[in-house]
Design a protein around this ligand. Structure first.
Ligand code: HMG
Length: 390
């Protein structure tokens, strides 16, 4: 039985800051951000969006009534959850009106969370072929104003349904993974900003890719020539390129050219959104599938997932015959077209506007936010969510 990605959607907030303008205001040559890091625009989340609303907005565009009936498991991958106890999946389950006879949980391992969720979903579908699993990967990446990681922030979410006989990508059996205790990036519970050893994180990412790729090759017998494209977790778009380069060196010229060209296409959306942590790899997959219109059915696509701390995994899938019918290309084109640029001072003001942590009540102006699902405020320590489309 084929199991894999049936539908895939994403959501990013309606505001962004231009990386050239951010560089100038930080006294940095814009080439460093646009070429050295490889980012053009960075999503800026208003206070009315959090990891729950981003995920719910991403799922809203892909789920129909039949999906909501069939889904019996919601798995929410995030490292910027809103509660240490209650899972973000429960909020999304309610906001979208999913079948009450469902499990709903949150999983965490930095940017690897959504991949863990997909692998768990695969096992669930193997045992329950009639059901569907909703996997969410949603985060707001915050390092701080004027910090070394500032240019690699972002915000957004992906939503995927995992099912038998999937519409988009059938996941293959072989997968290679590894874990090692590395302090390359972490966020203690008392901090709303991540701590990072940038150089170490880059080195570990590259090393993890080389190791899981070798392990995958040994397990599967496949080589680079068997892949139409390889997609990467993209904290910034130069990162995957750095990891791919040494591995590509042994491949024939035509394979190198194909994988490099398709890598470029797979970075388009990420270049305009920034790092969305758990969702980044899948945003890159969406970018590839929606932007490269002549990808052939039956093509093998590789996926490299990396979550600092650290866990890495390489796995693969086969494009299904009518995969284009399952994509939301037009809706994503509109989402990008309707975004509004904010100035650097406006971005800084939005960054500083945080929610109270002392239990006080706050009411937020959700009319300013065009998203269908918003955070409307906090009352007695409880987040108040609104689905305007209900
Ligand atoms: P930095 O020290 O500001 O930048 O940190 P740099 O000095 O290393 O320069 C970056 C690149 O720009 C270099 O290219 C420069 O040469 C180039 P490279 O040598 O890397 O190819 N450059 C220029 N290019 C053109 N024109 C110019 C120019 N000037 C310089 N004028 C860093 C960069 C990414 C480390 C920092 O932003 C950071 O710490 N970010 C956060 C950590 C991160 O994203 N790590 C990535 C791997 S870890 C990961 O992916 C997991 C993560 O998503 C978290 C999770 O799992 O939850 C982060």
């Amino acid at each position: 039985m084929n199991i894999g990605i049936d539908k895939i959607g994403f959501y990013t907030p309606h505001l962004y800051v231009d990386m050239n303008e951010l560089a100038v205001s930080r006294d940095i040559d814009p080439g460093k951000f646009t070429i050295g890091i490889g980012q053009e625009k960075m999503a800026v989340p208003p206070v009315t969006q959090d990891s729950v609303t981003l995920a719910a907005n991403a799922a809203l565009e892909i789920l129909d009534d039949a999906d909501k009936e069939q889904i019996d498991f919601v798995i929410f991958g995030t490292e910027t959850g809103v509660d240490s106890s209650k899972s973000a999946a429960v909020y999304v389950h309610e906001l979208l009106g999913i079948n009450p006879n469902a499990r709903a949980i949150e999983v965490k391992q930095a940017c690897y969370g959504a991949t863990a969720a997909i692998q768990m979903a695969k096992g669930h579908i193997a045992l329950n072929p009639e059901s569907k699993v909703l996997v969410l990967g949603s985060d707001i990446a915050r390092y701080g104003l004027n910090s070394s990681g500032e240019a690699t922030q972002g915000a957004g979410a992906v939503a995927l349904t995992i099912s038998a006989n999937p519409g988009i990508l059938a996941l293959e059996e072989k997968s290679a993974y590894m874990t090692a205790d590395v302090m390359d990036f972490w966020r203690p519970v008392y901090s709303d900003k991540a701590f990072v050893d940038g150089k170490l994180s880059n080195e570990q990412y590259i090393e993890f890719f080389a190791k899981v790729w070798k392990q995958y090759k040994d397990k599967s017998g496949f080589d680079l020539k068997d892949f139409e494209a390889i997609t990467f977790h993209l904290p910034y778009t130069k990162m995957g390129k750095k990891a791919l380069k040494p591995v590509l060196a042994d491949a024939p010229e035509n394979v190198q050219e194909r994988l490099k060209a398709n890598y470029q296409v797979s970075t388009n959306y990420n270049r305009n959104v920034g790092n969305i942590y758990t969702g980044s790899l899948y945003l890159s997959l969406i970018s590839l599938l929606e932007q490269k219109e002549d990808l052939e059915r039956g093509s093998r696509i590789g996926l490299f997932s990396y979550g600092s701390g650290a866990v890495g995994e390489f796995f693969s899938g086969i494009l299904q015959p009518n995969y284009r019918d399952y994509l939301k290309t037009e809706s994503h084109r509109n989402m990008f077209a309707l975004r509004k640029k904010v100035t650097v001072p406006e971005y800084e003001a939005i960054f500083e506007e945080t929610l109270p942590t002392d239990g006080s009540t706050v009411k937020l102006d959700i009319e300013m936010d065009p998203a269908k699902i918003c955070l409307a405020g906090i009352t007695e320590n409880m987040r108040q969510y609104v689905n305007k489309s209900k």
